[in-house]
Design a protein around this ligand. Structure first.
Ligand code: C2E
Ligand code: MG
Ligand code: MG
Length: 720
């Protein structure tokens, strides 16, 4: 066996039993720039093929042992040498040997005696041709792979032979068995979706008749019954004399890309959570409506609405439930519109519902007949949430505050209309929530005020502008003041006196209530401790707690640390929480209240009767006291219904061992009625208005005189 001479040069294996021939071959082949390997017989040649990898083989026919034909057949059976050029050396004019050589798989033959320089030249051409064919095969394979990856098929049609060729990918894409079908235009059209068939056939007729190039999209029904989106790009090939001779086309399955495009469109214009239009789409629709309404001299309305106190739901239950609630609200409104609009005679032409962000939704009503038709729909919208939403097994109550701006009177651009509808919504919120308001031009000022309050609030706490007032609570059995309620007061240098009714909801909306509430708690506890140490009448303090504070992680620990810091006994602190705490999440509320009871503080339900909770529901909660809301007390003496409700609350609470305090007691008659019906405590202007600690200390003497008078002169007779 020879050695390689040039590293990169192609290797020629010379197989011949004649030593001289091999010597000559070495000489010439090397000179021609090939590397050289040799074998003296067939066996040796096959061994060599296992270790070396010749690029060309020169094979003698007549050898002892295996003949050249046998060696050739054997090497062709090896995949590695299936296409390697084999030149067989035969005797002169031995036609039979030549035929046998070809049928054994030889590439070519040469006759002995050998013209070596000619032979070397042939070897070179054979090598070049084999490389080219190898390259072609490889590039065809690459093309097939690329077409498969790109889901790109191709076909061509020859007008002269009427023959059509399909690439492998075409068969795959169309779900057609290549072995069972001859490719044709008819076969191609047979898988086109029935909806598109006539269009595709007409298109093909067109391209075969006249000069035309282009693209057509159509659907096919693939073998597994799925519809696929196909894009076909066609080119016509003309002969020199201008005759159409070929059609060449690429065919691409772009179903997945179409889906991706649809998804991108969905993400860009629709809200993920609710599936409704998003801000972008809504703004675009709105700007179109402005153009149309202006042309047609029409009016339309933009409503902005959000969920009242949604932040509390989110803070109490977490964002997952919050998200589900928003989804549920979107569904309920969407379904309502569907039903409402199917009735006809609705006073507008069409509607578009969108979710802007968070819990904010918008509704565009086009072609409205009058303001009344908008008001009617808004009314239906608010009533829609009288029933609770079922979210993950929770019954959640919510309500909507809705604001509406009209085109053209309240604004003529997208921004102004949206802003004014938003202002109107805040107006609805401040008027008590769960209602609808039209935009009114003088509401601008109120919004400015809202933001001013919001801005100055934090500064006010740092600058010590907040103060805690105290309002005594009277025990009707003993006739003595024994506790007081802490009530926040704020006078701002610029804004003047700001009522807690105004700033507490704002502090709840922006979360500042947590900081502010803790400050009230500390201040009130410190004051109470001082009063107790001084032997003052007030021995217990009631502090208002916002739902947000209650839901805050570590609230129980906060209470414990404030008690520890101020030295106040837990039994001397009463926490006033509103009914909404109980309405929110029963299990969480029960556990949180139990934890607080464990600490030893008293728990009181404030403004009882204004929310959704019922007395029977209360028995699940460890409650010490109910505060009947002042709205029941205000008309107590003249309104028989309020009398009945108040009596019922007192009686039922008594049966559950819960004490009752009536707030807003303003007259002797109120007091008389409550005492006669065995209410436990009262609070109100009749006894004393809320005042600061110093004033209350000064006033206490007068209060005690009044009480002595009330409880001694027998003025209280049993009222019925
Ligand atoms: P609330 O807890 O129900 O407090 C009773 C409200 O009724 C107080 O109003 C009090 O001044 C008023 N009031 C007392 N007696 C009478 C009466 O005889 N007639 C009438 N018409 N009103 C009476 P205020 O101080 O304006 O507080 C309003 C609400 O603001 C409170 O209602 C409470 O919900 C909230 N609030 C006040 N301070 C705080 C606080 O420190 N934290 C929290 N979270 N809320 C507070
Ligand atoms: Mg209160
Ligand atoms: Mg109250």
């Amino acid at each position: 066996m020879g050695e390689s001479q040039h590293v990169e040069a192609p290797l020629v294996l010379v197989v011949d039993d004649d030593h001289t021939t091999r010597m000559m071959a070495l000489e010439f082949v090397s000179q021609a720039g090939f590397r050289f390997a040799e074998a003296g017989d067939g066996e040796e040649a096959l061994k060599c093929l296992a270790t070396e990898e010749p690029d060309l083989i020169l094979l003698d026919v007549e050898m002892p042992g295996l003949s050249g034909f046998e060696v050739c057949s054997k090497l062709r059976a090896m995949p590695k040498y299936a296409n390697t050029p084999v030149l067989m050396l035969t005797g002169l004019n031995n036609n039979k040997a030549i035929d046998l050589a070809y049928s054994a798989g030889a590439t070519d033959f040469a006759t002995k005696p050998i013209n070596w320089s000619l032979l070397c030249r042939r070897l070179k051409y054979m090598y070049r041709a084999s490389k080219a064919s190898e390259e072609l095969t490889r590039s065809q394979e690459r093309l097939t792979v690329a077409q498969r990856i790109a889901e790109l098929g191709s076909w061509s049609f020859n007008f002269a032979t009427r023959e059509m060729l399909w690439s492998d990918q075409m068969y795959l894409m169309f779900g057609i068995d290549a072995k069972a079908h001859k490719p044709s235009l008819i076969l191609l059209c047979s898988v086109v979706h029935p909806d598109d068939k006539s269009r595709v056939v007409a298109w093909f007729k067109n391209v075969t008749n006249k000069k035309f190039a282009g693209t057509i999209d159509f659907q096919i029904v693939s073998q597994n019954g799925q519809n696929r989106q196909i894009r076909q790009v066609l080119e016509q090939v003309f002969s020199d004399d201008g005759k159409l001779c070929h059609l060449q086309a690429t065919v691409q399955d772009f179903t997945d890309r179409r889906k991706a495009e649809q998804r991108i469109h969905q993400l860009a214009f629709y809200d993920e959570l609710t599936g409704l239009a998003n801000r972008t789409l809504f703004s675009e629709t709105l700007s179109q409506s402005i153009i149309m309404a202006r042309e047609n001299g029409e009016q339309f309305a933009v409503a902005y609405f959000d969920l009242d106190d949604f932040k509390k739901i989110n803070d109490t239950f977490g964002h997952s439930i919050g998200d589900k609630m928003i989804h549920a609200v979107g569904e309920r409104v969407k379904n309502m519109l569907c039903v409402y609009e199917s009735k006809g005679d609705i006073g507008y032409r069409s509607s578009t519902l969108a979710r802007m962000s968070g819990d904010e939704f918008t509704l565009l009503l086009e072609g409205i007949e009058s303001k009344n038709s908008v008001a009617s729909l808004a009314n239906v919208l608010t009533q829609l949430f009288e029933e609770p939403l079922q979210v993950d097994g929770h019954e959640l109550f919510t309500s909507l505050s809705i604001g509406t701006a009209l085109f053209p009177e309240d604004g003529e651009t997208v921004d102004v209309l949206l802003r004014n509808a938003d202002i109107a919504m805040y107006d609805a919120k401040r008027a008590g929530k769960n209602m609808h308001r039209f935009f009114s031009h003088d509401r601008d000022a109120e919004l400015v005020r809202y933001h001013a309050v919001e801005d100055r609030m934090r500064m006010a706490l740092k600058e010590d502008q907040f103060e805690v007032f105290y309002q005594p609570q009277l025990d009707l059995e003993s006739g003595k003041v024994d506790s007081a309620e802490a009530l926040l007061r704020w006078s701002d240098a610029e804004l003047g006196f700001v009522s807690p009714i105004e700033f507490i909801p704002i502090a709840e909306e922006n979360g500042f209530i947590l900081e502010l509430g803790e400050w009230v708690l500390r201040t009130a506890c410190e004051q109470t401790k001082r009063w107790i140490d001084d032997g003052f009448d007030v021995q217990k303090m009631a502090v208002n707690i916002s739902v947000l504070q209650f839901a805050q992680a570590g609230f129980t620990e906060l209470i414990e640390s404030v008690l520890a810091d101020t030295g106040l006994d837990a039994a001397q602190l009463k926490l006033e929480i509103t009914e909404s705490v109980l309405a929110v999440d029963t299990e969480h509320a029960v556990n949180a209240l139990k934890a607080l009871k464990q600490v030893g503080v008293e728990l009181s339900i404030d403004d009882f009767g204004t929310g959704y909770s019922s007395l029977s529901q209360l028995k699940h909660f460890p409650i010490d006291q109910l505060k009947i809301d002042q709205s029941f007390i205000r008309h107590l003496t003249e309104n028989s219904e309020d009398k009945a409700i108040t009596k019922a609350i007192i009686a039922m609470a008594g049966s559950m061992n819960i004490k009752v305090l009536a707030e807003g007691v303003e007259t002797a008659e109120h007091l008389e009625f409550l005492r006669a019906n065995e209410c436990d405590e009262i609070q109100g202007y009749y006894i004393c208005k809320p005042m600061n600690a110093q004033d209350l200390a000064n006033e206490m003497g007068n209060i005690n005189n009044l009480l002595a008078e009330i409880f001694s002169d027998g003025a209280l007779s049993k009222a019925s």
